[in-house]
Design a protein around this ligand. Structure first.
Ligand code: PXG
Length: 439
């Protein structure tokens, strides 16, 4: 006897979704190619968000699809505890070459959340290896998103992601966020005001003493909490203060790595080099789950030289460097390189910026932000119903053939880099129509 019922929407407990409402208005996807999904009712839906900021080369990128097919037939799985695959070493070497000089060693994970936990653990481990075991404090930032592991929610700064889960990491503190619409609304690119917020780190050093602080983790551009761009000079200030006090700087580049800002990394884009970079998402073009943590030479060397056990780092995942993920990542990097997609993102950015800011003056629009191929439209919340207005925009967009992401009353856009100028125009004219019709 089967207990299965078709479309029983309660069996799958959906992530970050109002589960109780979904069945009444399900948005189901059955196929994808290039810039478009196909919905269950056969409609073409433009992907204005590259899935969840991951499908940077567009869906069904031929090299990636082929590589995964080939790989599954050749070597479906191999362990990387005490054994290895040649392709994983090649991929790590290649990744090291893509990130700033000095960031030369790669630890493979399966998601952004795991990359964050891995980076935090490596930071703590580094200080211990150096005999500086009092450095245990981790500093995050308000409105930061670092995934949903206990490490990530502890350094993260989103109240709903934290308040229900008690027992988070202790010894964590937070910088203030940098979002300042009063002074910076409608800025094109990075805002003018707010670099001084980096001085919060000096304040926390004075409060806790730097000798207790292991690492600071920030998203160079905060994506998930509504596209909060770093004020000009802010990241440079953070780097200086970290250097002054021997604190490691971690950039969480789960969203920004692999071309989103027109370069391989935000570190390259901003010209600020952290000690550790966390990645995931675009690493495989979203096709197979994978993350990677890119680590500075000094950190790796301290583990290799000073560990007093044969295993230098007691950390890893069954699926670290999973062959299918390695194949997908290798093919994704091939695609980015041969189609020059980071340069394409860079060259589309001015058109994209003009399109984002063309929405100025439309009903409810209180701020517009852009950087690289990222855009945000912040709407005034409905009195007494925060988030409802943007939610309605998202559901109407789906009906109109457009996939958007919303967080609170902010609409976030992050299309695949293969988007054409004509598609940018279509996207924003559909969006403008929607903004004109919601109340
Ligand atoms: N760090 C950052 C900066 C992220 O953006 C994670 C870590 C966690 O990655 P995983 O792979 O564990 O989910 C993320 C994830 C959105 C959205 O709508 C953003 C993310 C995930 C889902 C939705 O902005 N970012």
């Amino acid at each position: 006897m089967t207990r299965h019922k078709a479309n029983d929407f309660s069996s799958f407990w959906m992530p970050f979704t109002p589960n109780r409402d979904f069945a009444a208005d399900p948005r189901l996807i059955v196929a994808a190619d290039g810039m478009y999904y196909t919905s269950h009712d056969g409609r073409k839906i433009m992907d204005a968000t590259a899935g969840l900021w991951c499908v940077n080369a567009g869906h069904n990128a031929p090299r990636v699809t082929e590589a995964v097919k080939r790989q599954v037939e050749t070597l479906d799985f191999a362990p990387h505890f005490n054994f290895g695959t040649p392709q994983a070493f090649d991929l790590a070497t290649r990744l090291a070459g893509l990130f700033p000089a000095g960031l030369d060693h790669v630890f493979f994970t399966n998601s952004g959340s795991e990359s964050v936990d891995t980076a935090l653990k490596i930071a703590l481990h580094y200080h211990r290896m150096r005999g500086d075991a009092s450095r245990t404090r981790l500093i995050g930032r308000e409105r930061g998103y670092h995934g949903t592991g206990f490490g990530g929610i502890s350094v993260g700064g989103i109240v709903n992601n934290r308040k229900h889960f008690g027992g988070m990491l202790t010894g964590v503190d937070h910088l203030r966020h940098t979002h300042d619409p009063e002074r910076n609304a409608f800025t094109r690119g990075c805002p003018e005001h707010g670099a001084d917020r980096a001085e919060d780190l000096e304040r926390l050093c004075a409060l806790h003493d730097p000798s207790t602080i292991a690492a600071v983790i920030v998203e160079p551009m905060a994506g998930s909490t509504g596209v909060l761009l770093p004020p000009r000079g802010y990241l440079e200030r953070l780097r200086e203060i970290c250097d002054r006090h021997g604190i490691l700087l971690i950039f969480d580049e789960v969203i920004t790595a692999f071309g989103r800002l027109g370069h391989a990394s935000a570190a390259e884009h901003f010209g600020v080099t952290p000690d550790i970079i966390t990645t995931a998402k675009g690493l495989t073009n979203g096709v197979v789950p994978m993350g990677a943590v890119i680590v500075d030479e000094r950190i790796y060397a301290s583990a290799m030289e000073r560990a007093d056990t044969p295993i230098e780092l007691f950390h890893g995942y069954t699926y670290s460097a999973h062959p299918l993920a390695v194949a997908a990542a290798t093919a994704a990097l091939d695609t980015y390189a041969s189609d020059d997609l980071f340069a394409r993102a860079r060259s589309l950015a001015p058109t994209w910026e003009a399109a984002v800011h063309s929405l100025r003056g439309l009903p409810h629009v209180i701020d517009l932000r852009n950087l690289g191929l990222v855009g945000a439209i912040e709407l005034a919340p409905r009195p007494g119903a925060p988030g409802k207005r943007a939610w309605e925009a998202m559901t109407r967009a789906w009906e109109a053939g457009l996939m958007l992401r919303v967080t609170g009353d902010i609409i976030a856009l992050s299309p695949p880099f293969i988007i054409s100028e004509a598609e940018i125009e279509t996207l924003f004219s559909r969006l403008a129509d929607i903004l004109r019709t919601i109340d």
